[in-house]
Design a binder for this molecule. Structure first.
Ligand SMILES: [Zn+2]
Length: 390
């Protein structure tokens, strides 16, 4: 049986103990007493050192706690040291969760359905179909007010039935002794986790947003150092964006939508201009090309930097012409476009498909417009020659 030192004192991180037994091998270590918190109740395990070995996992096995270590730890006396940074982080997240659950239940009538503590952020699922921005801001405000009040957070061991009678957030449903965590005048919950001893140690609480799950609402949150880390990261992202756009951070919210609108209008103008360019370019090429013996003008055009949209617009502009066949080769992406006028008597798709097949290319289309690709520019040149010749 392992005595759980963290039950009575969550600030005790350095301790002496005895290795009582190994489970399977000497890297699965059972102590007579431990300050290491095992993964349980949604809270992740501690890490740290046991003698010269590192503790990489801590498993709750009923009356024993198994420490999974990076190296064998022999039977006998050993010193344990819990990683303080990770423990404090877990205490802050866990205590913030008690606080948020209590405030949401008392002020908003949202019961907590489930909680999840993550390495990046944590979540609480509340039994409410929706949460407004105002409610989220209020809940965050209340939580930070209680943090500032530095209320005592205490641990007591009580008889389950008596504790239920005296009022618990949720009836424990157990018999015998239970561990009760109390935030003065705010909450009494049965819990085996590690908590801060004053709400001020939570640091601060930041709510991240709401997600709908199974008709409930899941709220993400950060507490303590994580809030600072997030603030620092957000600030550096915003500063970088503002520098990129040449404005102050405070102007981003109005500048970015304005720029997006501008670029949408510009894109629309480009599309219009490309259509105009396509029409006049096809007309010029048409005028400069002499008709063949069959009266059809066979126009070849090799694209340079033009967009695929412009080349396709040239294809469309060919259809209403008189007795015309247009073959265009585009560079990026490599493609061949074929268009024929309504009165040409030439089927663009039927002309292109077999020509592509001779070079292993793919494509096809309708009697008026067709499109295809091949492995190389040379292959496309060969296809173009075949389409124009036939
Ligand atoms: Zn707890």
């Amino acid at each position: 049986m392992t005595e759980r030192l963290y039950y009575r004192d969550a600030t005790l991180l350095d301790f002496q103990a005895n290795v009582m037994e190994h489970v399977g091998d000497a890297q699965h270590v059972v102590l007579d007493r431990t300050a290491f918190y095992p993964t349980s109740g949604g809270q992740l395990h501690d890490i740290g050192g046991l003698g010269a070995a590192r503790v990489v996992d801590v498993i709750d096995a009923a009356d024993r706690i198994i420490h999974v270590t990076s190296a064998p730890v022999p039977l006998g006396p050993v010193r344990g040291a819990v990683d303080a940074v990770r423990r404090r982080d877990h205490m802050q997240q866990h205590s913030a969760q008690h606080l948020l659950s209590a405030l949401a239940a008392d002020h908003l009538k949202w019961e907590t359905v489930s909680v999840h503590f993550g390495a990046e952020h944590s979540t609480i699922e509340f039994a409410t179909a929706s949460i407004s921005d105002r409610q989220l801001t209020e809940l965050e405000r209340w939580a930070n007010d209680v943090v500032a009040e530095a209320r005592a957070v205490t641990v007591s061991f009580e008889d389950a039935a008596a504790a239920d009678q005296a009022g618990l957030r949720k009836t424990s449903g157990r018999t015998g002794e239970i561990r009760v965590v109390t935030i003065t005048d705010i909450d009494r919950s049965a819990c085996g986790g590690t908590h801060v001893s004053r709400t001020s140690e939570i640091g601060s609480v930041l709510l991240l947003g709401v997600e709908s799950v199974r008709g409930n609402s899941r709220v993400g949150f950060l507490a303590g150092e994580r809030v600072l880390t997030r603030a620092r990261a957000s600030d550096s992202t915003l500063t970088a964006l503002a520098r990129e756009l040449g404005c102050a951070v405070g102007d981003l919210e109005t500048l970015v939508p304005a720029r997006q609108l501008e670029s949408k209008v510009t894109r629309e103008q480009v599309v219009k201009l490309e259509q105009e360019v396509a029409v006049s370019r096809v007309r010029a090429l048409y005028q400069a090309t002499a008709p063949g013996t069959d009266g059809v003008r066979r126009i070849a055009h090799r694209g340079q930097e033009e967009s695929a949209a412009l080349l396709r617009a040239m294809v469309q502009a060919t259809v209403p012409l008189e007795r015309a066949l247009l073959v265009v080769i585009g560079r990026s992406p490599p493609a061949i476009y074929v268009a024929t006028s309504n009165d040409s008597g030439i089927d663009a798709g039927a002309r292109l498909k077999p020509a592509l097949a001779t070079v292993g290319g793919r494509g096809g289309g309708s009697p008026r417009v067709a499109q295809g690709t091949a492995a190389s520019g040379e292959a496309l040149d060969q296809v173009a020659a075949q389409v124009l010749d036939a």
